[in-house]
Design a protein around this ligand. Sequence first.
Ligand SMILES: C[S@@+](CC[C@H](N)C(=O)[O-])C[C@H]1O[C@@H](n2cnc3c(N)ncnc32)[C@H](O)[C@@H]1O
Length: 274
Amino acid sequence: MKNSQIKMVGLEMTKFNQGHKIKWEEPEKLTLEWGDRQAKAIWDEMFSRFELEWEGKSVLDFGCMWGYFCRFLLEEQKVRESVGIDILPKWEDLSDEWNYQGVENLELFAGDILDIKEIQGRKFDIITTAGTIFLLSPTYLEGVLNWMYDHLAPGGSLVLQTRTFFSYNGGDLHNITSIPFPQVIFSRPVIEKFIPGRERILNPMSATAFLMLFRRTGFEIINFRKGSGINEAEHIDMFRQKTWYYTERDLKTGDIFVHLKKPKLERDLSELRD
Ligand SMILES: C[S@@+](CC[C@H](N)C(=O)[O-])C[C@H]1O[C@@H](n2cnc3c(N)ncnc32)[C@H](O)[C@@H]1O
């Protein structure tokens, strides 16, 4: 698929993906060795920590890159079926060693999750997503979360990790400027002036905003863990004048790890009328 064929979804996806593609052309990220290491790290550091039964479950991974985590779940966690979705078919960029069509119970689909025909009529027990939803605009993300809610079986789980706006690498500018957290201090037009042609886009949501959106979709929040954000005292002091209007809890939350559940029973709407 060419970038020009990719539908605009939320955050100027076409432009974003061109920027992103350059990054993913880092050759080691398109090797089986790198993918195996990454899948194990995703499991050890994120998903193994949630209290969930994986064996025999049907799982969808959103933002699956070339599908390494989907394969890990099949082989190591004995899930029944593993479906991966990515806006770009990165599995096609991999060497011939990765014969994903030959892996039983694995399916990879490229495109917009809201449109991919093969998955619209299906329900999953678990949906996973790591390092991806911060790349979507809040409006598009709301649509994706609603889709996930509707495509989970009752009692099913959405387990996820995302950076927040207060991540140390929230704007991916940490390699370009030594000023900490420039995305929080400077407006987008200023940053674009500083780095002409910059195409990387970041969802400007804090941990609280993400949690509100999850609740608004209808999910119960079963478990929430945070990783560090603007936590060094010197940064807080240095920028307090410019960031006093954020809560310290949000400033200090750069990553979130969340277990969400679709309730088994539909909520009784009569509660709203009382
Ligand atoms: C930073 S990578 C994370 C990959 C993998 N989940 C991991 O944790 O290693 C983000 C992935 O999300 C994909 N992505 C970005 N926008 C997307 C969208 N709207 N729908 C599906 N995938 C998307 C990108 O193409 C990329 O493969």
